[in-house]
Design a protein. Structure first.
Length: 352
């Protein structure tokens, strides 16, 4: 399909509509990424830093280059949705009888919230610009979301590798529209990290081999969400009470001083996930897990992986009152849960 002509007026209309739909940042760029993006992805994969996320390697060519995924793509609209927390996300780390669920997972699944807005924007664009075509993405497709967002001016990839925005700090979800419209690009954002290295210093598991480079195998977000099987011993104590994801490197970024709490009702934290009691989470069976996490991103890891994480947090709690909750799972039908439960009970016994 030839590029549908458009221009600055079309771009302004799209920006206004996206903001009206609830996106907080909107930027435009050509559907073309520099070779450095592919080279960095290849280096990451060659070092095995993706761990068990084999899907990152499967479609590397499409991930690193929009037109390898969809040859008709002419422009990319990069969109950001603010999910800034209302409270200090690190305060929960001191409450060792509670589980820490990362900010992004305390409300409704962002995939659903962002995707439904992207579809609304897409429907509007198809009507407004007859003859144009588009595809929308959030997170799960082979799309280099952070490099595209940087190129479209939304922010820059900070030393923790996430996109940082001068207006919203670390707290933007990203989504994209690939379109056949030729839209004038915005200026890319430049790096504003300067001499800062707070995010690198705070990481509990030393997951950054160098600034801008993340070894996912060491990241608590990977270990609690993506990793199947037992949590390697060396990461168990540093996990503390983090049972789903991790916010440490995001939360310490000085650019968060410009961030505001989100205004999206879907991202409001569920009361049950703000500071859940480990003892209650430890007792979850399949049905209880599904009921508690219906509509939440936590649901996708399943009961067994979740209770495995809860067992590690109990082992780190230093609270002998939680030993019983661990012992009750020591013969769990899932061998990974059972092993983590025995580890937790043993650690608490040593402290009793
Ligand atoms: C795989 C993945 C993960 C993995 C790996 C993360 C990673 N950094 O690669 C794991 C499970 C660990 C993860 C964790 C998280 N994720 Co994630 N994840 C993704 C996913 C699906 C792909 C990212 C990817 O391609 N990684 C591959 C590597 C090679 O690419 P990279 O991140 O760009 O890293 C390279 C660059 O930093 C590059 N680089 C850039 N500049 C420079 C400069 C120099 C000088 C050098 C040398 C290198 C360099 O080198 C790195 C390679 O080593 C994206 C969605 C998407 N489709 O893009 C979401 C995404 C990145 N995740 C997101 C979120 C929110 C998170 C968490 C905050 C969730 C949480 N609270 O637990 C954490 C943050 C952890 C962290 N510090 O990155 C958001 C980030 C939003 C944003 N503002 O950036 C995304 C964009 C999803 C979304 N649609 O909103 N995630
Ligand atoms: S999310 Fe946590 S574990 Fe992962 S890199 Fe950031 S601070 Fe380290
Ligand atoms: S904490 Fe500092 S180094 Fe890390 S992303 Fe923010 S500004 Fe950059």
């Amino acid at each position: 399909m030839p590029a549908a002509p458009a221009g600055p007026a079309a771009r302004d209309l799209i920006r206004a509509e996206a903001l009206r739909l609830g996106f907080d940042r909107v930027g435009f760029t050509e559907a073309l990424l520099p070779a450095a993006v592919r080279a960095r992805l290849d280096a990451f994969l060659a070092a095995g830093m993706q761990g068990g996320m084999g899907w990152l390697a499967d479609r590397a060519a499409q991930r690193a280059q929009p037109r390898a995924l969809w040859p008709e793509a002419v422009s990319v609209i990069a969109l950001g949705m603010n999910y800034g927390p209302e409270e200090d996300p690190l305060a929960i780390l001191a409450r060792r009888d509670r589980g820490a669920v990362s900010v992004y997972a305390q409300g409704r699944d962002y995939h659903d919230v962002v995707k439904s807005r992207l579809k609304q924007l897409g429907r509007w664009m198809v009507q407004r610009f007859a003859g144009s075509a588009l595809k929308v993405f959030v997170d799960t497709a082979p799309v280099a979301e952070k490099p595209l967002a940087q190129q479209a001016g939304l922010g820059w990839q900070g030393k923790h590798s996430n996109l940082v925005s001068r207006s919203h700090g670390s707290w933007l979800f990203l989504g994209e529209v690939y379109t056949t419209l030729a839209l004038p690009p915005d200026a890319p954002e430049r790096d504003h990290c300067g001499g800062c290295h707070r995010c690198l210093d705070i990481c509990p598991t030393a997951a950054f081999p160098a600034p801008y480079r993340l070894d996912a195998r060491r990241c608590i977000s990977y270990l609690t969400i993506e990793h199947k099987g037992p949590i390697p011993e060396e990461f168990r104590a540093p996990m503390g009470n983090r049972i789903y994801g991790c916010d440490d490197c995001l939360a310490v970024c000085p650019w968060n001083k410009f961030a505001r709490a989100h205004a999206e009702p879907g991202f409001a934290p569920r009361a049950a996930l703000r500071a859940p009691r480990l003892a209650e989470l430890a007792a979850l069976d399949d049905a209880g897990f599904r009921a508690l996490f219906s509509g939440s991103p936590v649901k996708r890891i399943g009961r067994d992986r979740f209770v495995r994480n809860v067992m590690i947090a109990i082992g780190n709690s230093g609270d002998p009152a939680l030993r019983e909750a661990a012992q009750a799972r020591a013969e769990d039908a899932d061998p990974v849960v059972a092993e983590a439960a025995r580890w937790a009970a043993m650690r608490l016994e040593a402290r009793a």
